[in-house]
Design a binder for this molecule. Structure first.
Ligand SMILES: [Zn+2]
Ligand SMILES: [Zn+2]
Length: 300
């Protein structure tokens, strides 16, 4: 079920006409610690995995330089599973209705960025179910390999929730400085900032990437800039506008932007990954090319 997110206390497009055309729908995922099952959308939950398909392992030779790991391949960890019935706006490949993401729980150098070498899988629930399913999850016990807890999510349910957001880092070049005075006026009048009320940094599908650093957009081989598919960020809101209303501290009569999470639910918020220094992994794709080529970026 979508979460109940309160409206912004101000109308961005009306107050700042320069941003009127830049609103985008994003689908916020709201991971919450739980017990998702194979046929559920999840973060860190068991994946719908074909019984005959080996669980993916990362054999990057760089592991050998990590004392606790050694030369054996390292089991990837399940990070995301999204079904079309929950997130139909994903660009599912023809015949597929499940998107899965796994990654190595160890950090690597790749193409001048640090990364967990993620892999995407587009699957058909019916086809996988027909060939026999097993719950794809981190082998338990994981063996002698070391893990970086920063990149192993705890099992979480998700609640895809569509909202309109506006650009943060992805503001057209030169626009932010010209709007600075009006952002200050908004903050003085409403008590809260444009950035807190109209932009999001949390795990989401579509909309603007939840960059925590300046954008690093990749180009596709066809020459087009890729589009945002999915962000998995360390940050999830524990207060403010983007905290679902039913998680606000009981009886709190404070303005929206000062809302805090009810202590009874606060511990369940988020997948628990710090991802370095509270960074994020971003998946980008090209909707124009056959096979939907994709790549990723990581920042922290
Ligand atoms: Zn690895
Ligand atoms: Zn392309």
């Amino acid at each position: 079920m979508p979460r109940n997110i309160p409206p912004s206390p101000f109308n961005v497009a009306a107050l700042i006409p320069e941003l009127a055309g830049l609103g985008r729908v994003t689908t916020l995922l709201y991971p919450r610690s739980g017990a998702p099952e194979v046929h559920d959308s999840s973060i860190g939950g068991p994946l719908l995995w074909p019984a005959a398909e080996p669980w993916p392992r990362c054999a990057d030779p760089a592991h050998e330089s990590i004392p606790a790991v050694g030369p054996e391949p390292v089991a990837m960890v399940p990070v995301v599973q999204l079904y079309a019935r929950d997130v139909p706006e994903l660009p599912f490949l023809a015949g597929s209705d499940v998107l899965q993401v796994v990654w190595c729980p160890l950090i690597h150098e790749d193409q001048d960025q640090c990364t967990v070498l993620p892999q995407l899988y587009w699957r058909s629930e019916v086809e996988v179910s027909a060939t026999g399913v097993r719950a794809g999850s981190l082998p338990n016990p994981p063996g002698s390999h070391g893990h970086d807890e920063d990149f192993v999510p705890r099992p979480c349910t998700v609640s895809p929730t569509r909202v309109e957001e506006f650009p943060n880092w992805d503001m057209p070049e030169g626009l932010a400085p010209t709007l600075a005075d009006r952002f200050d006026e908004i903050e003085a009048e409403f008590g809260c900032s444009y950035y807190d009320m109209a932009t999001t940094i949390q795990s989401k599908v579509g909309g603007y990437p939840g960059w925590t650093q300046p954008p690093n957009w990749p180009d596709c081989a066809c020459g087009r800039r890729m589009e945002h598919l999915l962000s998995i960020t360390a940050t999830e809101p524990h207060g403010g506008r983007w905290l679902p209303l039913d998680e606000h501290q009981d009886g709190a009569q404070v303005p929206l932007w000062r809302a805090e999470a009810d202590p009874a639910v606060d511990d369940a918020i988020g997948h628990g990954m710090d991802m370095g220094d509270l960074g994020g992994t971003y998946f980008l794709f090209c909707p124009s090319c056959p096979g939907t080529p994709w790549t990723y970026r990581y920042d922290c």
